[in-house]
Write a protein that binds this ligand. Structure first.
Ligand code: AMP
Length: 275
């Protein structure tokens, strides 16, 4: 059945967060047309019930109408994939890429170690991102359990099927790739943004990335050992370019929809030009 919608039909932000025994285990979101709200809610709930770490015992879904006038449209970052032999090489590459983004090596190494150790209090995985002063390595987030969560971003509903098939054709059809690409795309537009480092806390998903405005979304094939439950995100920011409040307001509230792709390069072995 083909449903035709008036051009200005409303869009909705559908967000899910799930926990088990008080511990955050899953969070995801979509921005969809009104006819797709219940399907999106069902699919996000199903994801929470089928988490690799076990079913959730508490799931919160929220649905919020978005004012079209508040939407910022953007292009997705370029995608590249760096093939490494093991997580040690992967972490070395991550530090080199952060170095290219202007982060000093000692700060990059500390950041990698922070994710490996668990950036939350007592080494727990955080629900959101660490915000780090790119020059000093100082942490800026006020709540180190939660961190800061980037929300209200997605591929535009019209463009999503195209983007999904483009990524699938390149062997990047895993939903995590699209979601991380969208998140990286949003944070790249943040005031004062310098770079992002991420690897998943899913013990079975060992690929991670470094994102910055020059290199785009730079995947690194292995950043941890299979079975390792560590993971997280660090956003490096230039404090002279933004206030913490302005940054958080953008990350949490600005609606960003992606309606065009960047380039997608074939996976390639890491060749250092920096050392
Ligand atoms: P994931 O890639 O979904 O496995 O998430 C990896 C880590 O990134 C999580 O453990 C959180 O610390 C962080 N994170 C997940 N989603 C967000 C988000 N929307 N905004 C900021 N940080 C996030």
């Amino acid at each position: 059945m083909i449903i035709s919608l008036p051009m200005e039909s409303p869009l909705y932000s559908v967000r899910m967060r799930a926990s088990c025994n008080g511990q955050h285990i899953s969070g995801a979101e979509r921005i969809v047309d009104e006819v797709a709200v219940s399907e999106a809610t069902a699919s996000l709930t199903e994801r929470a019930m089928n988490c690799s770490t076990g079913a959730a015992d508490e799931i919160h879904c929220s649905v919020e109408r978005i004012e079209r006038a508040n939407i910022r449209y953007a292009r997705l970052p370029n995608v590249s994939t760096c093939l490494v032999n093991d997580w040690q090489e992967g972490r070395h590459v991550a530090c080199c890429l952060l170095g290219r983004a202007g982060i000093q090596n000692n700060i990059a190494e500390r950041a990698v170690q922070l994710l490996a150790d668990g950036a939350g209090p007592g080494g727990v995985v955080m629900r959101g991102a660490v915000i780090m002063n790119a020059r000093t390595g100082e942490r800026l987030e006020t709540d180190q359990f939660r961190g800061v969560r980037a929300t209200r971003m997605d591929i535009s509903p019209e463009y999503r099927p195209v983007m999904e098939s483009v990524l699938a054709a390149k062997g990047l059809g895993h939903h995590r790739v699209l979601e991380a690409l969208v998140l990286a795309g949003k944070v790249l537009g943040a005031p004062g943004f310098v770079a992002e480092l991420c690897w998943s806390d899913d013990p079975h998903y060992t690929t991670g990335y470094v994102a910055d405005s020059e290199g785009g979304y730079q995947r690194i094939s292995v950043l941890k050992l299979a079975g390792d439950p560590s993971g997280g995100r660090i956003l490096f920011v230039d404090r002279s370019q933004t206030s913490f409040e302005e940054l958080v307001d953008y990350l949490e509230r600005q609606v960003v929809l992606f309606s065009a792709a960047g380039t997608i390069s074939s996976p390639a072995k890491w060749i250092s030009t920096d050392e």
